[in-house]
Design a protein around this ligand. Structure first.
Ligand code: 5GP
Ligand code: MN
Length: 331
């Protein structure tokens, strides 16, 4: 992959640009996509930002969500756009399979592709870009990209709100070790560009429905197992559990982090039964590499302290398999 600077000549004249991100997008995925969208539009480009699927409710306030395409519900028009554009930006993922239905169309596209991502071990698909696992978030990398283009003065309140969202969510509100001095400098700069940060926290964290709060209570009371001997905890959710509280897309967001607030718990897992597969989310504190764990056992990957994977076995068998592995490895 060539450096991002090598791609700058491609952006010298107005271009048609396709931006996409990973399936089940989170705050960093949508924040980076919309932050880059607003910036590239200001630079005179025609930009199409495409989410692989619908957005969770807690992101629906973001500036520019009305401009997004949804690949799942607008497949024909998105496929057409992909053939028409001059350039493709891929944000916050390291493997086409993370976009689910966009995997094959992206692989088939022949236009130059640019990656901005902070996951470990990217696939070698991209022509240009930055892959930096030491970065807090893809939003931080979009900020770096804008600065590399000498365009800090183009950052406005909309761009600042989008970029703040991803940095805030991916750093656990600035508490994870990945929160560097550069992150805090970036936030100071966004404040100079008009950011009202507490508004963003309210949008993301204080916008729960009553049923989501009750669901959390149920999950922590009934669905969490703690294994003090392994410094680990496990939450498992069946489709029936989700149905009991009328859960919406995004309502399981952040659940996996709760067990890490128990003293001495350093490895937390959430196993969720989906329609077509079983999804696993892993979080750790300290020196246990959940990205390697996920790659080794559950076809996944991600970051050192936050990763995900999947299983084709039933929920029951996946849970049994996970517990067997846990007792074998003693993280
Ligand atoms: P989450 O648990 O929130 O789904 O994912 C945690 C982190 O791991 C995210 O940064 C996400 O992008 C990454 N991740 C989740 N699932 C997978 C997967 O199946 N494969 C890879 N390579 N990364 C994943
Ligand atoms: Mn991210």
């Amino acid at each position: 992959m060539r450096s991002i600077q090598d791609a700058f000549p491609l952006l010298q004249s107005p271009k048609k640009i396709f931006i996409t991100t990973h399936h089940k997008p989170d705050g960093d995925a949508i924040g980076s996509m919309l932050g880059l969208y607003h910036y590239l539009v200001k630079k005179g480009h025609t930009v199409y930002a495409v989410s692989p699927c619908e957005l969770p409710e807690f992101l629906m306030w973001m500036p520019g969500v009305d401009k997004l395409y949804n690949y799942e519900s607008q497949i024909k028009v998105c496929q057409q756009l992909l053939t028409e554009v001059d350039l493709i930006f891929c944000l916050d993922f390291n493997d086409y399979s993370r976009t689910k239905h966009l995997e094959a169309p992206l692989a088939a596209a022949t236009q130059p592709k640019i990656l901005l991502d902070h996951h470990l071990m990217p696939k070698p698909y991209w022509d240009y870009g930055m892959s930096i696992p030491e970065k807090s978030s893809t939003c931080e990398m979009v900020y770096d990209f804008i600065n590399l283009c000498n365009d800090n003065d183009l950052i406005d309140t909309q761009i600042a709100e989008c970029l703040y969202t991803g940095v805030m969510t991916d750093t656990g509100s600035f508490r994870f070790p990945i929160t560097t001095a550069s992150v805090h400098s970036m936030i100071a700069n966004l404040k100079h560009h008009g950011l009202e940060h507490s508004k963003i926290h309210e949008h993301i964290y204080d916008s729960w429905s009553e049923s989501r709060m009750r669901f959390l209570g149920y999950v922590l009371t009934e669905k969490m197992e703690v294994f003090p001997e392994y410094n680990a905890a496990l939450i498992t959710l069946s489709r029936k559990d989700m149905g009991m509280f009328d859960t919406q897309s995004g309502d399981t967001e952040g659940l996996v982090n709760y067990p890490l607030s128990i003293a001495n718990i350093r490895f937390a897992t959430l196993i969720t039964e989906r329609n077509d597969e079983v999804k696993l989310s892993f979080r750790s504190k300290g020196d246990f590499d959940v990205s390697a764990f996920s790659r080794a056992h559950f076809e996944g990957g991600g970051h050192f302290n936050a990763s995900g994977g999947r299983s084709k076995a039933s929920l029951k068998d996946t849970i049994a398999n996970f517990k067997k592995i846990l007792s074998d490895i003693h993280p």
